[in-house]
Design a protein around this ligand. Structure first.
Ligand code: NAP
Length: 440
């Protein structure tokens, strides 16, 4: 039987695992965190439990007899690419795009200016963000970007305490949101209403906020050409509905503004964000072209939601221009531009940070088809040592699927009396302790 190591236990990793198992492969799924599910656990907003329920599909995959999970094992830190290649017929990189894209403007690193990806990680209890703090005592927050992440963070900032209470929002974030002074959130896009990257259900959802009026200045929609793209058309309809609404006096407001690019984040004497300078844009052939008109918006918090970006992993080919692993429909390409035997990529690190969770299923099908096609040419790996024994030596704290189930049980048990799906453990040490509790 051929063995594949998948690195990254998010949706792309799990869909690939499912399809490889169906094709008769053995699969070991590695993740650098003890916990699986990638952005389903640490990206999807806590008030979207239905989207998270996709984990049931992944759990079914994990029950397959030829599947093993090794959490808390980081490629490049605990094990190397070469070591994995010595032990598996194929290696499938599914580790996503770990960091944020930068704006590249002055003031980006002032206190109070954060990547939305960090904010998301924080409210979702990602261990990397366990020590982050966000000052929510400010009155106005600006969210830069017009994608679904921008909508997620804007919504989280205006949800009522009662709306967040029954979710799996990280405890520390629940407290901070409960004490938040944010009354106004402005989401700003560099292009126009017809070019926004939102998906329509996410945009429409803003209209259901109990604590915030959604504000769209009708003047922004005047003269906008009817887009050909269906999503853009529906988005425009949603924006027109918002523009026609009268504010109903809810305590908070969430405003959508378009055609503005941030050029500088301004700070006060203490080095804290106090405002952002924008330049106005007009659209020419779909592109934002500056008009030269400037505007300064005061604010105390800036969340930059302009996309994710891949990070290089030692030993694994990486294209710094695209932030991805160079590949041909999932076959990893070497420096000479030719496929590297036994190495594949899937998900965001293969195709870039776009699409919804389900997009990864199709993406996995493309890559897995290549692995199946190549299978006969993949030689048996030289290492005949027991992989588990090797891992116990190299990453003694690694977590198996049973270990994750122990963490899961512990989190669910903590959530149950509070009517929450779970109380997430934030620190790796707590997770490892919960995983060990399995042994009694
Ligand atoms: P995204 O959809 O690619 O949106 C990024 C936004 O940032 C775009 O509006 C882009 O504008 C803007 N941007 C990029 N560079 C900029 C700059 N220098 N200055 C100003 N604006 C800039 O990315 P995302 O929001 O991070 O989401 C990633 C993926 O996850 C998307 O496919 C998204 O749909 C998905 N997602 C889905 C959900 C959900 O289904 N509920 C939730 C979260 C995320 P331009 O268009 O002008 O480049």
């Amino acid at each position: 039987m051929k063995r594949v190591a998948i690195v990254g236990a998010g949706p792309a990793g799990f869909y690939s695992a499912e399809q490889l198992l169906n094709a008769g492969f053995e699969v070991d799924l590695y993740d650098r965190l003890p916990t699986p599910f990638g952005l389903v656990r640490a990206g999807v907003a806590p008030d979207h439990p239905k989207i998270k329920s996709v984990t049931r599909v992944y759990e079914k995959t994990a029950r397959h007899h030829a599947f093993r999970y090794f959490g808390g094992v980081e490629l490049g830190r605990d094990v190397t690419r070469d070591e994995l290649l010595e032990r598996y017929h194929a290696l499938l990189y599914a580790f996503g795009t770990a960091t944020d894209r930068r704006l590249g403007i002055p003031g980006e690193d002032l206190e109070g200016s954060h990547a939305a990806t960090e904010f998301v990680a924080w409210y979702n209890a990602h261990p990397d963000a366990a020590d982050h703090a966000f000052d929510l005592s400010v009155r106005r927050a600006l969210v830069i970007g017009n994608g679904n992440v921008a909508l997620d963070v804007a919504r989280m900032l205006v949800l009522a305490e009662e709306e967040l209470a029954p979710t799996d929002t990280a405890d520390q974030a629940l407290t901070a949101f409960g004490e938040s002074g944010v009354q106004e959130v402005i989401v700003l896009g560099r292009r126009g209403p017809a070019q926004a990257a939102f998906t329509t259900p996410e945009l429409r959802e803003l209209g259901e906020l109990t604590q915030a009026d959604v504000i769209v200045d009708p003047a922004q929609l005047e003269g906008v050409e009817e887009p050909a793209d269906t999503t853009a058309k529906r988005n425009l309809e949603a924006l027109r509905d918002y523009a026609a609404r009268q504010p109903s006096g809810k305590p908070r407001r969430l405003e959508l503004r378009f055609l503005r690019s941030p050029v500088k984040i301004l700070g006060d004497e203490q080095g804290r964000v106090r405002a952002v300078r924008f330049v106005g844009n007009r659209i020419e052939q779909g592109r934002a072209v500056p008009t030269g008109e400037e505007e300064v918006l005061e604010c105390g918090l800036v969340l930059r939601a302009v996309g994710y970006r891949g990070e290089p992993v030692p030993g694994v080919p990486f294209d710094p221009k695209t932030g991805r692993i160079p590949n041909d429909d999932g076959r990893v390409l070497g420096e000479d531009g030719r496929p590297m035997r036994g190495e594949y990529a899937v998900g965001w690190i293969k195709r870039g940070p776009s699409g919804v969770i389900g997009t990864n299923k199709k993406c996995a099908a493309e890559t897995v088809a290549h692995i199946v096609e190549d299978a006969d040419l993949l030689p048996d790996p030289p290492g005949d040592e027991d992989i588990e024994a090797w891992l116990w030596r190299r990453a003694p704290d690694h977590v198996t699927w049973e270990g994750w189930k122990a963490i899961d049980d512990c989190e669910r048990a903590a959530g149950e009396p509070r009517g929450r799906p779970r109380v997430k453990l934030v620190r790796i040490a707590e997770m490892l302790e919960a995983a060990r509790s399995l042994a009694g």
